[in-house]
Design a protein around this ligand. Sequence first.
Ligand code: 3PG
Ligand code: MG
Length: 399
Amino acid sequence: MISKLKMDDLNLRGKRVFVRVDFNVPLKDGKVADDTRIRETLPTLRLAAVMGGRLVLASHLGRPKGAPDAKYSLRPVAQKLEELAGKPVKFSSECIGPVPESKSKSLGDGEILLLENVRFMPGEEKNDEGLSRQFATLCDGLFICDAFGSAHRAHASVVGITRFVQKAAAGKLMQKELDYLGRAVSDPARPYVVILGGAKVSDKIEVVENLMKLADVMLIGGGMAYTFLKAQGLPVGKSLVEDDKIELASHILADAKKRNFKLLLPQDHVVASEFKADAPAALTDAGSMPADKMGLDIGPKTVAAYAAEIARARMIVWNGPMGVFEMPAFAKGTFEVAKAVAAATGKGAVSIVGGGDSVAAVHQAGLTRQISHISTGGGASLEFLGGRKLPGVEALSNP
Ligand code: 3PG
Ligand code: MG
């Protein structure tokens, strides 16, 4: 399905290969809290090792500001990878320069070196040419991109490096994601329902318009809903609102109305006075949010309305929780949506869940196996599903 060069077609024996992975995983108390993204790259790492490659792995973690920051070190990830891969993983505390260069040159066939966070370099997010060239010197002309979750970022270790290697190929996880999501874009079953949530509307508002062209129904929850509700002139109390996106939100609502597109917003909310797990929770309708309260979850009427749409769907894409599901008092909306998606999938719908938080919610609800495809990409999967070309995919070599 994918029209780019695949890693299967590379000749890796005895060669150093730069493998861009997405090990941007949640950490807690210095340990990896969710290893899904690491486990999902194992097929690529195993295959590359069997092919005799010498693996130089690179990733970002979090959003350090272009300088080293111990809290975003990939060291805990190296440990976790060693455990999962069942073999030693060397670590380089610098991601370019003489240290990783000599470490990469001392690798044997099938051995793994993980570089420190590429976002410790200011040139990474700028797709800087000099940095891209330096990354390329850590391999023998061969690059594998398995970082589907970062493919929407035109950064040096994802895109820039491809100009300075001979061959840039897709890894197994990249291939799997593109095959699955590619089918969803080219031929979605209908009705096609998109569920969007999460705290910030700014992360998703750009893709909302694209997705509206492809889907039949859009259900909005989470913090992002309040920018839309405020745009409609409804009271939002102390809820999270991005004032600089209100105009865009109004425009989207007007567009949806004009085109008769079914875009649903929460009708009721679970509210509290503070963003705290033990803050007393109450219910309120969307039109009567008290000025001193903030919405922290969707209410039961909204759950019922959304569940009804989900039950009718033949294709479902879900990204972003409906509320602050880390706090039990505000978790119900998210878990009810997870159950509805799983139930619809059981009746034949195709479901795709992406984004760290919604994936975590599905895991916590014990419903992972009842979802058709769990994507390792959040923003990347939404952009791709919205019909955008991903720079990290476009930059790969043609076969
Ligand atoms: C993600 O987790 O969304 C990807 O790893 C990309 O990270 P970013 O949003 O910080 O670029
Ligand atoms: Mg992101």
